[in-house]
Design a protein around this ligand. Sequence first.
Ligand SMILES: [Fe+2]
Ligand SMILES: [Fe+2]
Length: 300
Amino acid sequence: METTQSSKSFEQEIERLIQISKDKPLLPESFIPWATELEDHFELMPKTLLSLYGHELFNKMTSEQKRELARAEIAQVMYSYAWSEELACLFFFRYVSSLENITSAECRYVLKEAEEECRHMQMFSMAVKKLNVDPLPPRRLHRFAAWFATRFLPSDIMFMSVLGIELVTDVYGTELRQQPNIYPVLAKISQLHNIEEGRHIHFTELLLKRYTEKAGLFRRSVYSIVVCLNIYFMRTMYVRKEIFRKIGLDPNIYYKPAYAGLKQKFSEHCLERATEFVGQWNGFNWFTRIIWRKLLKAKV
Ligand SMILES: [Fe+2]
Ligand SMILES: [Fe+2]
C-alpha cells in the first residue's frame, strides 16, 4: 500500500517536471546572446576555479598567457560537459529501450531529459566555437571508462554517475555566474543549464531513492565511490599539459601546481552538493571517506 502510494506521488511529480519542460523550454538559439563579441575586458573563468590563480607562478605569467590559460580551461570545461552529456544520452537510450512501458512518466521524462541534453550539447559546442580554441579530446583512459560504463554498467550505477556529474556542473555554473564581468555568453549558458539541470537533478534524486532506500552497507559504499569517481573523472579533464605547451609555458614547471590548484579549488567550491547528497543515504563510512579525501580532498 505504501509502495503504491509513493509510486503514485513519484509519477505525479515526474508529470509536473515534464509539464514545466513543455511549458518553458529554453532554447539556446534565442536565450544566449551569441552576437556578443568576445572582447578582452570580459572574464572567461571564475577566479575561484582557474587552476593556477593565487599561485606564485600565476604572477609570473604575462596577461596574454593568463587570458589564454582561462580561455583553454573554460573550453575544456565546455567540451567535457558536452562529452559527458553525450555519454549520458547513450545510457538514457539504452535504459529507455529496456523499459517495457514507454508511456510511463519515468520513460517520458528520460526522453525529455535526452532532448534537453541534446540542446545543451549543441550549446556547449557553439560556446567552444565562440571561444575560438581547439579543446583537447579526452585521454585514452577516459574514453575506455566511458565506453565500458555506457555499455555494461547497470542502470542504478549509471544514474548515480549522471547525477554525480550534474551536481558538480550545477555548482560550477553558479560559480561562473558569480564572477563579476564574466563573458555574457558564458553567463547565460550557465543560467540555462542551471535551470534545466535543476529538474534533471530532482528527477534523478527521486528515481535513485528506490535504490538507496534498500541499499545495505556494501551497496551504499559502491554508490558513494561511483559518485566520487565520476567527479574525479570530470575534474581530470580540465588541466592538461598540452595547454601550457600551447601558451608557451614549460609543462614540467606549470602542470603539477595547476593540477594541485584545481584539486584544492574543486574541494573548496564544488563538492558541497555532492557530499550532501551522499550523506543523505549514509554513503560515508571509514572506507569511502578515505577515497573521497584522497581523490577529491573532500572534507568528509
Ligand atoms: Fe545538461
Ligand atoms: Fe542533465
